[in-house]
Structures are given as C-alpha cells and as structure tokens.
Design a protein around this ligand. Structure first.
Ligand SMILES: NC(=O)c1ccc[n+]([C@@H]2O[C@H](COP(=O)([O-])OP(=O)(O)OC[C@H]3O[C@@H](n4cnc5c(N)ncnc54)[C@H](O)[C@@H]3O)[C@@H](O)[C@H]2O)c1
Length: 276
C-alpha cells in the first residue's frame, strides 16, 4: 500500500484548543505524519504541559505553542504576524476549541435548561465554538489563499451536529422534571452551525485548492459515571463510547492528500449512533 499520500512533511498545522483532550490527539496524529504543529489554546499552563508531553514522543523542532484566544481577532492576527515573521506558511487549520460547560451543583435553578439558560452563557459558548472558527478561518484561510499552495480546514463538530441530544442521558434520579439537567441548546446550535460554516468555506476559495471538511466525533470515554455510560451504550450500535485515540486516523485522512477529493463533507465517526 502506498502511504505517501498521508505524508505531511513540510506542512504546518494550527490546532485551536490544543491543550484539551482531543487537541492532544489531533497533534499526535499530525506529528505521526511528519507535520509541524502549532498548538494554541487560551490556557497557557495546560498548553505547555501538552507540548511537553508531545515532546516525549516527537521531535521538539516540530512542535510550537502559542497562547491564543479564538474569540479575539487581535489575538489571531497577532499569531498570524508571528508566523509570518518566522516564515511559517499555514497549510492546515483545525478548529477544535470549545467550551464544554460542566453541570454546576447547588444552583437553585437548573441553568442548563432552556428556560433558565443565561444569555451571557449563550454568548460565551457561541463566541468560542462558532465565532472562533469563523475568525480563525477568516484569517488563516485567507493566508492559505495568499500563499496559493492549497490548504485544509477541519471543523470539529459532533454527532450532535446531525441529531438532537437525547436528554434522557443526563437525567438525575430523585430530581423533579423542572430541575432535570439537559445538554444545553448552545451545543446543538454550535455544532449544526459548524456544518454550515464547513460548506460555505468548502466553496469559498475555488481557485486555491483549499478544502474544508468537518469531523463529527461521538462521545469519548472519560470515566463518565456508570449510569451515563450504560445509558449511552444502548444508543450506540458498537455499544461503547470512543477511545480518545480513535479519531487520530480520521484527522490524518482529512488533513492529507489521502482525502484530496473530499470537500464540504461531515465525516461522522460515532460507532453508528446516528444511523439508528
Ligand atoms: N470529548 C468528546 O467526547 C467530544 C465529542 C464530540 C465532539 N467533541 C468536540 O471536540 C473538540 C475538543 O473537545 P475536547 O473534549 O478535547 O474538549 P476540552 O474541553 O478538553 O478542550 C477544549 C479546549 O479549548 C480551549 N478553549 C476554551 N476556550 C478557548 C478560547 N477562547 N480560545 C482558545 N481555546 C479555548 C480550552 O482551554 C480547552 O483546552 C470540541 O470542539 C468538542 O466539542 C468532543
């Protein structure tokens, strides 16, 4: 088998939210294909830890990291300037950063519920999950077009980009219906919105060979409580959540010439959850 289409030597990739659970995996996947990775995150401490962990496995010359707030155009333009000065052309952008709001115990009202969901929380989550990919694509997609050497943009969506959340998964025993926690509305709106963004970007630079696809992962196993795990298993034909490493090969495919004719697609890797 000819694996050279997966080779990313001399390619540079920006990953947003790189200090999180899947950000590390995306970086690992790209480094395995010989890309240079530019890890970015708003959390500088976690970012440096991620860089150190990757440097235990891969050559440190292939790994850079910069603090970046995807909600701030100034922050993005500043990184763009730094990379220009270093003569690093961006070939790949992975829009991965997101806010995963944790259920807060002890509130009198259940804030995840639509009727209680705070407007400022909506604004905060959309700013990271949807405005962030817009701003990063605007700046780095334009850079790719200027270099005219092609490019790849990947938006990390979710199985919930194409199905509604099953709110039974989040139900707590001994809790009144009006206080039951739910998957917040923002998650569905952001992830569906990313599919629209993907299609828009896939057609935006027709003369520059810039492809844009979405990756829609299903839930990753992360020591969720047994009740949740048992409930979600029943919704997934493979009867389990994903291991965090299981998305690496999709990233390698989507970011390389192995997917050279794939554009505007939403690659759903979810153990089959969304087919039933
Ligand atoms: N983990 C899963 O089960 C799962 C499933 C489906 C989709 N996803 C999606 O995959 C992506 C990564 O998920 P994860 O589990 O690694 O999340 P995570 O919470 O572990 O990581 C997200 C990262 O984004 C960073 N971030 C937050 N605000 C930012 C900002 N303003 N600017 C830059 N970075 C910011 C955080 O600091 C964090 O490191 C997300 O888009 C998520 O919705 C995750």
């Amino acid at each position: 088998m000819n694996l050279s289409k997966f080779d990313l030597s001399n390619k540079s990739a920006i990953i947003t939210g790189a200090a999180g659970l899947l950000g590390y995996e995306h970086a690992y996947a790209l480094l395995e294909c010989n890309a240079k990775v530019i890890l970015t995150d708003i959390d500088e401490k976690k970012l440096l830890e991620t860089q150190k962990n990757l440097e235990k496995v891969f050559n440190s010359s292939q790994i850079l990291s910069y603090k970046l707030d995807v909600t701030s155009l100034d922050s993005i333009l500043n990184l763009c300037k730094i990379l220009r000065e270093k003569k690093i052309d961006i070939n790949i952008l992975i829009n991965n950063a997101a806010i995963d709001p944790k259920v807060q115990e002890g509130n009198e009202v259940e804030l995840t519920r639509l009727e209680n969901f705070p407007l400022n929380q909506w604004n905060k989550e959309l700013a990271v999950g949807l405005t962030g990919p817009f701003l990063c694509s605007k700046v780095f997609g334009h850079e790719m077009a200027l270099h005219n050497k092609g490019g790849v943009i990947i938006n990390i969506a979710s199985d919930l980009s194409i199905i509604a959340p099953d709110q039974r998964l989040y139900k707590k025993n001994d809790t009144q219906e009006k206080n039951q926690p739910v998957k917040p509305i923002t998650y569905s709106v952001i992830k569906s919105g990313l599919i629209g963004l993907t299609k828009y970007l896939a057609t935006y630079w027709p003369n520059n060979n810039i492809r844009c696809n979405a990756l829609s992962p299903g839930g990753v196993y992360q020591n969720q409580n047994e009740d949740f795990h048992n409930k979600i298993k029943n919704l997934i034909p493979l009867q389990r959540m994903a291991d965090k490493e299981e998305y690496r090969s999709s990233i390698q495919f989507l970011c390389s010439e192995a997917s050279s004719y794939m554009n505007g697609h939403n690659l759903i890797i979810d153990g089959g959850r969304t087919i039933i």
